[in-house]
Design a protein around this ligand. Structure first.
Ligand SMILES: [Fe+2]
Length: 443
């Protein structure tokens, strides 16, 4: 990291307050009756996260960064571990929630005490590299959780959440750009050349451990879809029997599809769900057979929105097309000159592909930073020079298991502070709840 001698404390305080206000707004979206539920079975119940965010900030900045004591050692222990169990089989036993989790008022009082201690420390801490790292770890950690909270909220029944008032998350309005379905994706040729991955420790104030060191990768020429694959295009794969075609899936993907009876993206719902059937009901192959599971309502399947799918589904579609997913290095090549589009809480759902042509890369590839993360075929691993960070040593290292794949770019729920070329996100190939799109690549 830079041997920084000065940071803008006012800007840091603004970021901290913005983070805390947004987190509060996110938890306020939830019906109190759902507070102890687990919208995604492998994740902790909602109550955990409201305590985890302030608790982790204390751990990373005050304790590990500054060597100061706990605010509340008992609650910090309870709220420390946010890592997903690997499978249902080893999931934390579902307690009766109220038996081990505190009341919401106790969680909020704890959070206020943590926030006060954080603000006090930000105002006057001594600028050491450890302290600066711990502070940024705390801030970026909270912003990342805000996105994964929204993945969870997306799974909640509509009656258990409410749309925040305008400005509460400071999103722009949900853009419903009305235009025809995108043209079939043009394939853009990207010339052979060097991609620069990662960051240099001497050039940035903060980066996560997995972003170092900076290095170049020579990437051969390739052709990439100018637009992400849309719901309409993915429907063709589904109707062609893609979910039942063994050769399109790798072993782990096939195991998942079979075991979980996966037959459609997790963001799609059968359109007749909850409505009476009609004599001349929609044929199975029609788009009208499906609805989009929006954050606050279900919608007729938007043909020109990017399809949000797991990496396994994305890879199966690409194989069906005789193509493949891009590598992490190819993303860097294709995204040269791209800027952020539908991101930073601009909305709760995607918008049509190609809605922000002004953000396209110099090659004309659209939406590489925004409107959904981009799946890659790259297994998440350390760059040469990787060293686990003091403020959060398990952040990346726990996931170097060969079973997580890199995502690049940003989604509508990715805070602007996290949007930078070297930022890497990752998930298991069979995790279907992320705001992640994809496109195909070939020769
Ligand atoms: Fe966490």
């Amino acid at each position: 990291m830079l041997t920084t001698t000065a940071i803008d404390r006012t800007a840091i305080v603004d970021w901290f307050r913005r983070n805390r206000q947004r987190s509060a707004a996110l938890f306020d979206m939830i019906d109190p009756a759902a507070y102890y539920s687990r919208p995604i079975s492998l994740r902790n119940p909602i109550v955990f996260y409201e305590g985890h965010l302030p608790s982790f900030s204390v751990l990373a900045f005050l304790r590990r960064g500054l060597g100061r004591p706990s605010v509340d050692a008992r609650l910090e222990k309870l709220f420390e571990r946010g890592i997903d169990p690997d499978s249902e089989a080893v999931a934390i036993p579902r307690s009766g929630a109220s038996t081990i989790w505190p009341s919401r008022s106790e969680v909020l009082a704890f959070a206020r005490a943590c926030d006060d201690a954080m603000l006090e420390a930000i105002a006057d801490f001594t600028l050491t590299p450890e302290a600066i790292e711990g502070l940024h770890t705390a801030l970026e950690h909270e912003a990342m959780h805000q996105e994964t909270l929204l993945y969870m909220w997306h799974r909640l029944p509509y009656e258990q959440k409410r749309r925040p008032a305008p400005g509460e998350l400071h999103p722009t309005s949900d853009a419903r750009v009305s235009r025809s379905v995108a043209e079939p994706p043009a394939s853009v040729a990207i010339p052979a050349g060097k991609a620069v991955l990662g960051s240099s420790r001497s050039s940035v104030v903060f980066g996560w451990d997995n972003e170092f060191d900076e290095h170049e990768v020579l990437v051969p020429t390739f052709k990439i879809d100018a637009f992400a694959v849309t719901n309409a295009q993915y429907l063709e794969f589904l109707n062609a029997g893609g979910y039942a075609s063994r050769p399109l899936w790798d072993n782990e993907g096939w195991e998942w599809v079979q075991a979980q009876h996966v037959q459609h993206p997790a963001f799609w719902l059968p359109a007749d769900h909850g409505s009476p059937a009609t004599d001349h009901g929609p044929r199975m192959t029609d788009a009208s057979r499906w609805s989009w599971r929006g954050m606050f309502e279900s919608l007729p399947l938007p043909a020109d929105w990017p399809v949000y799918v797991s990496q396994a589904e994305a890879a199966a579609y690409a194989r069906w097309k005789g193509r493949r997913l891009m590598t992490e290095a190819e993303w860097h090549r294709a995204a040269k000159g791209a800027t952020a589009g539908h991101a930073d809480f601009a909305g709760f759902d995607p918008i049509p592909v190609g809605s922000h042509p002004e953000t396209a890369s110099v090659h004309g590839v659209q939406d590489l930073i925004g409107n959904g993360w981009e799946w890659t075929s790259t297994v998440f691993g350390p760059f040469d020079g990787f060293a686990a960070m003091r403020s959060y040593p398990e952040y990346s290292a726990d996931f170097f298991d060969g079973r997580h794949y890199v995502m690049k770019g940003a989604s509508p729920a990715t805070a602007r502070e996290l949007i930078r070329p070297s930022f890497r996100n990752w998930f298991r190939s069979n995790y279907p709840y992320v705001y992640a799109k994809f496109r195909t690549v070939g020769a």
